[in-house]
Design a protein around this ligand. Structure first.
Ligand code: PEP
Length: 260
């Protein structure tokens, strides 16, 4: 990692009811108050039904944690039964939104077009979009991963006005590493983050922010952050325990402090 300010996002997925969510954010907030991570930005992406309670506690306790959502509908408010809009999220102080997580793409048929529309609707209201890209194992095994991920990235950014570039973060999340316990190696992460940065620069992004996600945990975070050129992590399973998530934050923070 170079000396860009790290960002770590916890993706709680469909875990934690609002009571459990409050408990976790309270524990994490206290850890951060006792031993602040000075150089690292921290975000938790909570389930929709937890957002209000988590937002209230972050606000009242002044925790150094920003709030994220895991998905949003690309349309404005209206006849979309069961969906949530960007303006609803904004009212709850949501500053970050995951866009095109592979679980949305694969299990809920989120097409590249919808990913691009969603990304545009998120940044248009001033929220940060965390665009997730990554290949399946079969694509990597046939050595198509670079072409596939570059195409996914370009497609998601189609039609995006340059003035919104600063609100876009890209997370490289190979599907074979998500929730499997098998993380990409530092070399694999470096290869893909370099590719993503090259594509982003070719699209006039001046300082691309690129995260890695896929079985990051308290044990492998320090090595990954030290040996690869990532700006931080998107963390699933290991974000569900305050201590393991905090250890990842600390690994990023220590690395930044050393390299600065
Ligand atoms: C994720 O779902 O974004 C993720 C990275 O999950 P995990 O850390 O559990 O692999």
């Amino acid at each position: 990692m170079n000396a860009r300010r790290p960002l770590v996002i916890g993706n709680w997925k469909m875990n934690l009811d609002f009571v459990e969510a409050l408990h976790l954010v309270q524990q994490l907030g206290v850890l951060l108050k006792n031993r602040p991570v000075e150089h690292t930005d921290v975000v938790v992406a909570a389930p929709f039904v937890d957002l209000r309670s988590v937002s209230s506690i972050i606000d009242s306790e002044r925790f150094a944690i920003a709030l994220g959502a895991q998905h949003v509908n690309s349309q404005e408010n209206g006849p979309h039964t069961g969906e949530i809009s960007t303006s609803m999220l904004k009212r709850l102080n949501v500053e970050w939104v995951l866009v095109g997580h592979s679980e949305r793409r694969v299990h809920y048929f989120m097409s590249d077009e919808i990913v691009a529309e969603t990304l545009r609707s998120v940044v248009r209201v001033g929220q940060h979009a965390v665009l997730c890209v990554g290949e399946e194992l079969s694509i990597r095994e046939s050595d198509q991963h670079e072409a596939f991920v570059a195409a996914q990235l370009k497609s998601a950014l189609r039609g995006l006005d340059e003035k919104f570039h600063a609100l876009v973060t890209v997370a490289y999340e190979p599907l074979w590493a998500i929730g499997t316990g098998v993380n990409a190696t530092s070399a694999q992460v470096s290869e893909m983050t370099a590719l993503l940065r090259t594509v982003l620069r070719s699209l006039s992004f001046t300082s691309p922010q690129v995260l890695y996600g896929g079985s990051v945990n308290a044990e492998n975070a320090a090595l990954l952050v030290r040996e690869s050129d990532v700006d931080g992590f998107l963390v699933g399973g290991a974000s569900l325990k305050a201590e393991s998530f905090y250890a990842i934050l600390q690994a990023c923070d220590d690395c930044y402090a050393i390299k600065r």
